[in-house]
Design a protein around this ligand. Structure first.
Ligand SMILES: Nc1ncnc2c1ncn2[C@@H]1O[C@H](COP(=O)(O)OP(=O)(O)O)[C@@H](O)[C@H]1O
Ligand SMILES: [Mg+2]
Length: 261
């Protein structure tokens, strides 16, 4: 691991919006916490859907990710203990949207997140999950520079593979210039509807091409997953028996096994 005080730092990335990054960040982090891991979930998307999905009003956050990026606060000063045991959130605040522009002229602007994680003092975390914005921008570059691994969420639809080359190319460039240790965690298929022939076809194409980089477990399309944020809780606290909750618990176990393998 590149950060002493931490287990793996995993960036959840895809420059496309609406492909399940935030849903995965929240529910994977909560599932890891339910498996007795101590988890830090970082909301790096100015939309703040991870923050609101955990029941925290972005407008009420005084210091969050923005303050960390501006080097005004350390991670230990801004993290919030959530109602799920073992799960901590570094929230997005209203001002995060301005961070990207403000950082453009800052020296070492791609490394701020990395430095913030490295200089964290406090009880260590077993996992850090970073929810990236839907763009290959400076915020995402910060996440990729800080991360040990990238997990790509892929929606099984006709255009699923589109943009993937660009994303993988970006990961390769970050590895060459900013973060030698960055590796691929895997590709997670989301919103899968196996009754749909096209979805089946996309799944088999992705598996043929990327082999065992693709998670064996998939996330099915499940209405409980889209409802849970309006209750401000991860899906397992909304409906533990739902296929969505069970799928994320399986993926969390697979993630742990992959790390040990
Ligand atoms: N497996 C799923 N089943 C049903 N709805 C989902 C699922 N995953 C995500 N959604 C919904 O799809 C939308 C986009 O998902 P989201 O996780 O916010 O994507 P991203 O963060 O990549 O933009 C949200 O409204 C979310 O609730
Ligand atoms: Mg999102």
């Amino acid at each position: 691991m590149k950060h002493k005080c931490f287990g793996p730092v995993i960036a959840i990335a895809n420059q496309k919006g609406g492909v399940g990054k935030t849903t995965t960040s929240i529910n994977l982090a909560a599932s890891l916490a339910a498996l007795d891991k101590r988890v830090l979930l970082i909301d790096l998307d100015p939309q703040g859907n991870t923050t609101s999905g955990l029941g925290i009003d972005k407008k009420s956050v005084e210091q969050g990710m923005y303050s960390v990026l501006m080097r005004d606060a350390g991670i230990h000063e801004v993290l919030i203990e959530t109602e799920c045991e073992g799960l901590f959130l570094l929230p997005a605040s209203m001002d995060l949207a301005g961070a990207e522009v403000e950082l453009v002229s800052v020296e070492g602007r791609e490394n701020i997140m990395h430095d913030a994680i490295s200089s964290y003092v406090g009880e260590p975390f077993d996992y850090v999950i970073i929810d990236c914005p839907p763009a290959l921008n400076l915020l995402t570059l910060n996440a990729l520079t800080a991360a040990d691994r990238v997990l790509i969420t892929l929606q099984t639809e006709f255009y699923a593979m589109e943009g993937l080359t660009q994303l993988i190319d970006t990961i390769r460039r970050v590895r060459q210039s900013l973060n030698l240790e960055l590796s691929m965690d895997g590709i997670l298929l989301t919103m899968v509807d196996r009754r749909n022939n096209l979805a089946l076809q996309v799944e088999s194409e992705v598996r043929d091409y990327f082999g065992n980089q693709v998670y064996k477990n998939i996330i099915p399309r499940n209405v409980r997953l889209s409802e849970a944020p309006s209750f401000g809780v991860p899906v397992m606290y909304h409906d533990l028996r739902s296929t969505g909750a069970q799928a994320y618990l399986q993926v969390a176990q697979e993630l742990i096994q992959r790390q040990e393998a």
